[in-house]
Ligand binder design. Structure first.
Ligand SMILES: [Zn+2]
Length: 689
């Protein structure tokens, strides 16, 4: 199996640069639902033109429809799916489970690729998507060579990994930083990159490190191509839909060269990659376990490359570049009293064309094979190079040279059309499921606790459901014999199944599948944004809606799906989940057992940093959400269960919050205990772009 080289096409110009430089496939975004809203992106007409251009060269086109989608956008998505199906893209890249459902219904033949935004880190994760019909899964970038190899061995779907370009500090699809800080959601292609800003690391409140503590170098796996091929990776993705055509040409050209040759990478080519773009160097990152300080660009978050591109790169990056050629064979026959006939073949497609003028007896010089060959080789202006000709001419006859040229041109056109013609895909009707739902005004209070101290504070109150981590599970069962205790599974699927637990909170698709024989509660990391996604998870006891939705969007969703909707109404939201512990990366050592850490931003906001097992760190929001004084608004949005999430709160803070919410739910008017700047309403009254 050939390993595919997949290039970014943020614009038509970048697309031609990618194709001319040897990409096997490109990915691009439409003007709707694409996770790079900053790129030029393509209208449907431009996308069709791009598809035709690429297919002429035998290059595949994957359309990114990979944002999370709001309820009110579903209708628009339905027509978008129909349009995108008609223009022959080779696959679509999706993140939203609602989009997956709509594609399956409306465009059942369309191959689906799971976006890296789906945060797939295990073979279980890949298999869960295989069962939904996914052809390919783009893995999370946080995986080691060993982990990728294991996934390739144990699964059938095509596996795609990132080989070059920007890394995110947070697991893709799990970042709320830009969304919470400025309302620009990374899940909607509008990340404002707050991770590239300077921060101060505080240890027990004292500064211990300064710099761009969340800013990673760009990834480069140019020295790992052999390994990537051997472990069975199907596709190597170059990041960079916001980068310029020269960048695309340079990077694609070098990867093409070494993917084909298998040689060791020359120093000059390593330099060319650095010269195209780098933030204090390039890194092999998680793939080669080059984590810690090594993969960070702590001093500067910006590109420091000189961007001096070679003449060769510039030639391929020209808008009218025409350097990529496809070998074809052409045969020509001319019999007496017949028109000339040309057959052209690229090895897969064969086309036959013929002229209009019959051959005549030659008065002076009969047509000879050499003269015909000269004309057949003139393929300028087409993507073809003739590498083989066969010519048969009866004796003593001729046709005009113009006739040969016009048949040759017709053959080239026919071959291009044949290459661009794709099997037609079905487009099926979509009928929105109508539901008749009665809303039970009785809202259940659920609580998520992290520490034994918090549990003690909570024990004085009555709660419907208690979500606790595995480490607190048995203790909680003893302390709360009459409460519904749910084990909160790890943030990322680790492939292990915990036995003897009747109820779990799942944080990803594969966990909902692995625990399907228990009672499963869906966590907010399922990224449920619309009723189609919610309906996909309708077998769960409850689903936590994305904290990026505002109250109106929540209501639009809950009115369309027969689910038990849960939202987080108190707590510090986890803004980032990081494999590369920023404490270790900036101090060299993470003393999470004894010290408390946080990051301070330029405005003085302090974000607690919690480092868990194996140093997977969670950056919490600087302020907790507080909604106890807004219970009526929550009810109007038809939320069934509301959750208080305790993270860094101590015994008395936890007790105070429990008390306020309990009183609020018994109908008392409560005072907000926080100062003006001490809390947030999250997205309930604003939402995201
Ligand atoms: Zn750590």
């Amino acid at each position: 199996m050939k390993t595919e080289l997949l290039a970014p096409a943020g614009s038509f110009h970048a697309l031609t640069a990618a194709v001319q430089s040897g990409a096997d496939a490109v990915y691009l975004g439409g003007d709707l639902f694409s996770a790079r809203q900053g790129a030029a992106n393509f209208t449907i007409e431009e996308m069709k033109r791009a598809v035709d251009y690429c297919h002429m060269y035998g290059v595949k086109v994957y359309a990114a429809v990979n944002t999370l989608i709001k309820e009110k956008e579903l209708e628009q998505l339905v027509s978008y799916i129909e349009e995108i199906t008609k223009i022959d893209v080779d696959a679509v890249i999706v993140q939203d489970m609602g989009a997956v459902q709509l594609f399956r219904q409306i465009s059942p033949d369309m191959p689906l690729h799971a976006s890296t935004q789906m945060t797939v880190t295990t073979a279980d994760g890949v298999r869960a998507l295989e069962k939904l019909g996914f052809e390919r899964v783009v893995l999370a970038r946080e995986l080691s060579e060993r982990a990728v190899a294991q996934i390739c061995r144990e699964t059938k779907a095509e596996i795609e990994v990132f080989c070059h370009g920007a890394l995110c500090m947070c697991y893709s699809g799990q970042c709320l930083m830009s969304s919470i800080i400025g309302g620009r959601s990374g899940n909607r292609g509008r990340c404002a990159q707050p991770c590239r800003l300077p921060y101060t690391l505080l240890e027990n409140g004292e500064p211990v490190a300064n710099g761009h503590l969340l800013s990673t170098k760009d990834l480069s796996l140019i020295n790992k191509l052999d390994s990537l091929k051997n472990i069975g990776v199907s596709s190597l993705k170059i990041e960079g839909r916001l980068k310029k055509p020269e960048y695309v040409a340079a990077v694609v050209g070098i990867y093409r060269k070494y993917l084909d040759s298998g040689e060791n990478v020359r120093e000059a080519d390593k330099q060319e990659l650095l010269s195209a773009f780098n933030r204090s160097g390039l890194t092999e990152g998680y793939f080669s376990s080059q984590t810690g300080k090594m993969m960070m660009s702590l001093k500067t978050p910006s590109n420091v490359a000189d961007e001096l591109f070679s003449a060769d790169v510039q030639r391929r990056a020209r808008e009218d570049a025409d350097v990529r050629k496809i070998n074809i064979s052409v045969s020509f026959t001319l019999h007496s009293d017949d028109v000339c006939r040309v057959t052209a073949s690229d090895g897969v497609h064969t086309v036959c064309t013929h002229g209009t003028q019959k051959s005549e007896s030659a008065i002076n010089r009969p047509l000879d094979a050499e003269r015909v060959r000269t004309q057949l080789l003139k393929t300028g202006g087409t993507p073809f190079t003739v590498c083989d000709t066969s010519i048969i001419i009866d004796d003593g006859i001729t046709v005009p040279v113009s006739e040969i040229n016009s048949v040759r041109r017709a053959a080239a056109d026919a071959l291009i059309t044949a290459r661009q013609t794709m099997p037609e895909r079905r487009i099926c009707d979509y009928s929105k499921q109508l539901i008749h739902k009665t809303y039970d005004e009785d809202i259940a209070l659920t609580v998520q606790a992290e520490t034994a101290e918090q549990l003690r504070a909570i024990s004085k109150f009555s709660v419907d459901t208690l979500y606790v981590p595995a480490s607190l599970y048995s203790e909680t069962l003893q302390m709360f014999p009459d409460t519904n205790v749910v084990l909160r599974l790890s943030e990322l699927d680790d492939g292990n199944i915990i036995s003897g637990v009747p109820a779990v909170m799942a944080q990803c698709l594969s966990q909902t599948r692995s625990y399907a024989d228990r009672r499963v509660y869906g966590g907010f990391r399922l990224n449920i944004y619309n009723s189609e996604a919610a309906r996909f998870y309708e077998n769960l006891v409850s689903v936590t809606l994305s904290p990026e939705l505002n109250l109106r969007e929540i209501q639009e969703l809950t009115e369309n799906a027969d689910i038990t909707a849960e939202t987080i109404v108190y707590g510090r939201l986890p803004l980032m989940m990081m494999k590369n512990c920023p404490i270790k990366a900036s101090c060299g050592k993470c003393q999470k057992k004894t010290q408390k850490y946080s990051l301070r931003d330029r405005r003085g906001e302090i974000f607690p940093l919690i480092c868990g097992d194996e140093c997977i760190s969670i950056l919490l929001n600087s302020k907790p959400i507080f909604m106890a004084d807004k219970v009526e608004d929550l009810r109007r949005a038809k939320i069934n269960r509301i959750r208080l999430v305790f993270t860094v709160e101590n015994f008395s803070e936890c007790g105070k919050i429990m008390n306020v919410y309990e009183r609020a739910f018994s109908g008392e008017a409560v005072q907000n205990p926080f100062s003006e700047s001490g809390f947030t309403r999250g997205h309930y009254y604003r939402g995201v772009l």
